[in-house]
Design a protein around this ligand. Structure first.
Ligand code: S3P
Length: 437
């Protein structure tokens, strides 16, 4: 099957090495935000390096339904004709965000202060994920929002007058922070959001790029409502979270080295590099000269021996999407690795702690599921059949495991890889993985 059709399963046979140079598709978080901010800006916004994945295309379709004209000039080149701060129009139908947690949560913030009603929902996985974490502080701002026992579908009543808020996030979540910042643009007065630990700051960087004044210091971001955005050009860097699969693959099997070019290396995203370096990994980051709002680099990786670690909890939010593949690195390491403070992994596209513990156990790795993490012992890995639980990052993580397994790994339910990483099978084969889809 070709990588453009939707595979249901991968069979990945043991391969001895990975090597060469590759580029991964554009950043998912930045692509969602570029569409949304471009949609409410004055004037056009050009987005190059856009991630044409199912998640981002759901955001693109939703903005179209809300009256924003968007041109797809090429697969990854998008021009958004901003409707202006008050130019969105109501959608007659439900906005279906598919599998995309970022899309539904950020749009809840963007739509909370509009004149019209909106209903947002998504696939079965998205309908299991918590939405009250966004709805509750939005209600405190004056929004009127109904959830289904805290889950999607989410109905937002139009015409609410929002007031600024001073909100301390109970969990480290860039999605909640970003939703509140988007709502704050429509609120009267200043809003401030404090976070318990640093999370990805793409929204803050991009708002500044659109001309919004905001202050951010000591874990607290503030902005005054009523500001207008001015359209701009955005070059989306390669997604660090997609590069992560190849970074770990390189740590396990790039005896001649592997290079991933043009990767976004915003420090709120690169906790995985710190964790792998603590394990002894050989990784070199070559920064590009600064140009846009986001730092970009080439990442060179070489295989070497890894040792187990206790992951510092402060790194967890900075590597939140990388744990599935990090656990594969931990399985290849000598000794024990312990992750705690990572309960958020239970409410991602799947319960990633449970899905990884089950898959690793199937492949013969001794591991213990903790309420907020995982304890595992590096060791010999065999082949076996893995259920990805329809979670793109679980599927890709176990594809990387083929580099250390003694037999084939069959990964079920992989269609959702297309939500974040179109073309993964092709790139994986180009790097040296023996992946059949
Ligand atoms: C994202 C934030 C993270 C991350 C998700 C993308 C974003 O979620 O897991 O894949 O784009 O803001 P949380 O903020 O809920 O931790």
């Amino acid at each position: 099957m070709s990588s453009t059709t939707t595979a249901r399963r991968y069979i990945v046979r043991p391969a001895a090495s990975v090597q060469g140079e590759l580029r991964v598709p554009g950043d998912k978080s930045i692509s969602h935000r570029a569409l949304m901010l471009g949609g409410i800006a004055d004037g056009p916004t050009s987005i190059s390096g856009f991630l044409a994945s199912e998640d981002c295309l759901a955001t693109l379709a939703a903005l179209g339904a809300l009256g924003v004209r968007i041109e797809r000039r090429q697969e990854t080149l998008v021009r958004v004709h901003g409707a202006g701060r008050d130019g969105l129009t109501g959608s007659a139908g439900l906005l279906d965000m598919g599998n995309a947690g970022t899309a539904i949560r950020l749009l809840m913030g963007l739509l909370a202060g509009q004149r019209f009603d909106s209903t947002l929902s998504g696939d079965a996985s998205l309908q299991r994920r918590p939405m009250e974490r966004v709805a509750a502080p939005l209600r405190a701002m004056g929004a009127r929002i109904d959830t289904q026992a805290g889950r999607a579908p989410v109905h937002i009543h139009g015409g609410a007058a929002l007031q600024g808020i001073d909100y301390a996030l109970p969990m480290a979540s860039a999605q909640v922070k970003s939703a509140l910042l988007l709502a704050a643009l429509y609120a009267q007065g200043v809003s401030s959001v404090s976070e318990p630990a640093p999370t990805r700051d793409h929204t803050e960087r991009m708002l500044r790029g659109f001309g919004v004044q905001l202050t951010s210091a000591a874990g607290r971001v503030s902005l005054a409502g009523g500001q207008r955005l001015t359209g701009c050009d955005i070059a989306v860097p390669g997604d660090f979270s997609s590069a992560a699969f190849f970074i770990v693959a390189g740590c396990l099997a790039a005896r001649q080295g592997l290079t991933i070019r043009d990767v976004g290396v915003n420090p709120t995203r690169t906790g995985l590099l710190s964790m792998l370096r603590l394990m002894g990994a050989d990784i070199e980051v070559q920064p590009h000269a600064a140009s846009g709002a986001e730092p970009v680099a080439d990442i060179h990786v070489r295989a070497g021996a890894l040792r187990g670690i206790r992951v510092p909890e402060a790194l967890v939010p900075l590597a939140i999407d990388e744990f599935p593949v990090f656990f594969i690195a931990a399985a290849a390491a000598s000794g024990e690795t312990v992750v705690t403070g990572a309960a958020e992994l239970r409410v991602k596209e799947s319960d990633r702690l449970a899905a990884m513990a089950a898959g690793l156990a199937t492949l013969g790795i001794e591991c213990e599921l903790l309420p907020d993490g995982l304890r595992l012992q590096g060791g010999a890995m065999r082949g076996g059949r893995i259920d990805s639980h329809g979670d793109h990052r679980i599927a890709m993580a176990f594809a990387v495991a083929s580099l250390i397994a003694s037999g084939p790994i069959e990964i079920e339910d992989v269609a959702n890889v297309a939500t974040s990483f179109p073309g993964f099978p092709r790139l994986a084969r180009a790097a040296g993985l023996a992946l059949e889809d």
